[in-house]
Design a protein around this ligand. Structure first.
Ligand code: TSB
Ligand code: ZN
Length: 585
């Protein structure tokens, strides 16, 4: 989908359209006061104080109609420049604009406002010449938004919209938007009973329902086997730790705003863990290691808790309680390159298995000026960042660099993907860390019998099972490949009276073969049951009529395919097993 913000011409149009929206709102709600109306990737929005009024869905078409009327009238958009004093005078009855003006520095910015007909707004510009140019726009949705994003402040009304140069462009965009909505994992997750949320459990704390849990088990089995084959050892550790543990690691100083608050039990102070590294450092430290034992790879499917803003939590994609497919690799300095390469190969291998092709590698570096977030040791950072660049160049994988995205303990290689709705997110991550091994005083004995400090590679291939599942649902539009699907086959007798017994026999055989199968012998019309299987996206529908019963065969239809094939039950099982084995997608 197009990124409006990156298109210079569309950015200007969308910004002008935000003013048009504000003017229309002012006509319909004279009490309205306006906060900010920026251009965003998806178009524009405006945050508006409507006094006691809360908008409903029915209000948007009315506002849109007024916008059309004003646009047709075709007033010019005129710019005026003001001194700070003039601006303060002009907007003296508007606390929102006064807030903006009071923070402006006259020497650095020219204060300007734009007038179109009876409406004037404080704005940097630029704008289109006349509202006449705004013809193809649509108000998309509305929501509440706290003033300055702070829940202690007043809730304003935010209206989103988008504007294009031509009708075709607008239609195309609206169609894409609709498709994205259909793909949204929150919608599919509900329809297919994969997960749920409940306010009694809390925001960002999804509950995995049986269907979703089946998918997750398959993901766990899959990655567990891969990791075992690559020499990983898996552990189980508690999802809490003491404050002292996180003081030792540095999380307490550098990651506290992402953590749940401390809780006291007897004399101990605990936190819900946001990361598993400290626990794994202690597992490593549990015994002596020789240089010959390294790399040591400690893996865990580990539950973590992070404080994510309530407005940011989203389905399974951004949660407050998550399960990482985590591992910490303890290596000698001379093994960094090799081990890092093995992790990147594993990522590529896994993406290939899942048919994921649309992703970007991002080299996430620290922000040199942010001494608060990042551990202050220039030499260590330069060394770690250069080491990663070196390996990436050697591997020849394309990547882009992003400052200020590193973990507090080191730089990382992240894999970025685009969800159906909203900005890009990180799936896999591979991070280089010279810090935590020092803080936990980890050692190994080198070939001269001397103590040395290992280097740690943090890596999560799926990232979290939560986010990866969200992504998979959207990638496949809910049509999960057979090996992952919670509903692989449904057996439907044409008439339960005539083929009911045979259907049970087929159902049992499939079940015994380990296939996730359901039997639909309800007394409903065949067409109805077939349609339902279709909407539920069951991978294979098996239809049994008199012919099949007499010939001891089955007829199957694959989801999204038209033709029906007749084979023996054994042939069908062989076919399913092959497809599962090959992880076809
Ligand atoms: C890889 N200590 C490392 C670990 O050893 C770590 O925690 N890295 S992380 O902070 O980048 O998190 C790992 C992965 O978790 C991310 O790559 C991302 O895919 C996923 N993740 C992070 N926050 C969330 C969230 N709120 N909801 C779902 N998944 C998340
Ligand atoms: Zn870690």
């Amino acid at each position: 989908m197009i990124n409006i913000k990156e298109d210079a011409k569309l950015s200007v149009m969308n910004h002008s359209c935000a003013h048009l929206l504000a003017q229309a709102v002012k006509h319909l709600y004279p009490q309205a006061l306006f906060w900010v109306g920026p251009v965003i990737e998806e178009g524009f929005y405006y945050d508006i104080d409507l006094g006691d009024v809360t908008l409903t869905d029915e209000d948007l078409p009315k506002i849109e109609k007024e916008m059309k009327k004003i646009a047709k009238d075709g007033k010019r958009i005129v710019r005026h420049e003001l001194t700070k004093q003039e601006a303060l005078e002009m907007f003296k009855n508007d606390p929102y604009k006064l807030d903006l003006i009071s923070r402006m520095d006259e020497k650095e910015t020219t204060i300007s406002c734009y007038t179109q007909g009876d409406f004037t707004d404080l704005c940097r510009g630029p704008h289109v010449e006349s509202v006449k140019e705004l013809k193809y726009f649509k108000l998309i949705k509305h929501s509440g938004a706290y003033f300055k994003g702070d829940s202690k402040n007043k809730m304003l009304q935010r209206i989103y919209g988008v504007c294009f140069e031509t009708e075709e462009d607008l239609d195309k965009y609206l169609q894409e938007l609709e498709e994205a909505k259909q793909r949204d994992h929150r919608k599919i997750g509900k329809e297919q009973e994969l997960f749920m949320t409940h306010e009694l459990v809390g925001a960002g704390m999804p509950l995995w329902l049986p269907n979703g849990a089946l998918v997750r088990h398959e993901l766990e089995n899959y990655i567990y086997k891969k990791e075992r084959d690559m020499g990983y050892d898996h552990v189980y550790t508690p999802c809490v730790g003491t404050v002292d543990l996180y003081k030792t690691s540095g999380h307490w100083d550098h990651y506290k705003e992402n953590m749940f608050p401390m809780m006291k039990v007897d004399d101990e102070e605990f936190v819900l863990r946001p990361m598993n590294c400290p626990h794994h450092m202690l597992v490593y430290k549990n015994k002596m290691h020789s240089y010959r034992d390294l790399p040591i790879r400690i893996g865990e499917f580990a539950t973590d808790f992070r404080y994510e803003a309530s407005g940011a939590v989203k389905g399974l994609e951004r949660v407050r309680c998550m399960c990482q497919n985590d591992a910490h690799l303890f290596v000698r300095p001379d093994q960094i390159g090799e081990e890092f390469k093995r992790v990147v190969s594993l990522i590529l291998d896994v993406y290939h298995d899942f048919g994921i092709t649309d992703y970007k590698f991002r080299l996430s570096l620290r922000d040199k000026n942010d001494k608060e977030k990042y551990f202050d040791d220039d030499e260590m950072w330069e060394h770690a960042e250069n080491k990663l660049r070196e390996v990436l160049n050697e591997l020849g994988v394309p990547y882009f660099e992003a400052e200020g995205e590193a973990a507090f303990y080191g730089p990382k290689l992240d894999v970025e993907v685009k969800p159906a709705v909203g900005p890009e997110v990180t799936l896999s991550t591979c991070q280089l860390d010279f810090l935590l091994p020092r803080r936990f005083e980890l050692t190994y004995i080198d070939s001269n019998g001397q103590k040395q400090t290992p280097v740690v590679i943090h890596r999560a291939i799926f990232g979290t099972f939560d986010r990866f599942t969200a992504f998979l649902i959207e990638e496949t539009k809910g049509n999960l490949p057979l090996w992952l699907s919670p509903k692989q086959v449904i057996v439907i007798p044409v008439s339960s009276l005539h083929q009911g017994e045979y259907a049970s026999e087929v159902f049992n055989k499939l079940k015994e073969a380990g296939i996730r199968v359901e039997l639909d012998d309800r007394n409903e019309k065949l067409g109805y049951r077939l349609r339902e299987a279709q909407t539920r996206k069951v991978n294979y529908t098996v239809i049994l009529g008199e012919q099949e019963k007499n010939d001891l065969t089955i007829s199957y239809r694959k989801h999204r395919e038209k033709e029906t094939t007749t084979v023996t039950i054994d042939e069908f099982i062989t076919l399913l097993k092959k497809e599962i084995e090959e992880k076809s997608h």
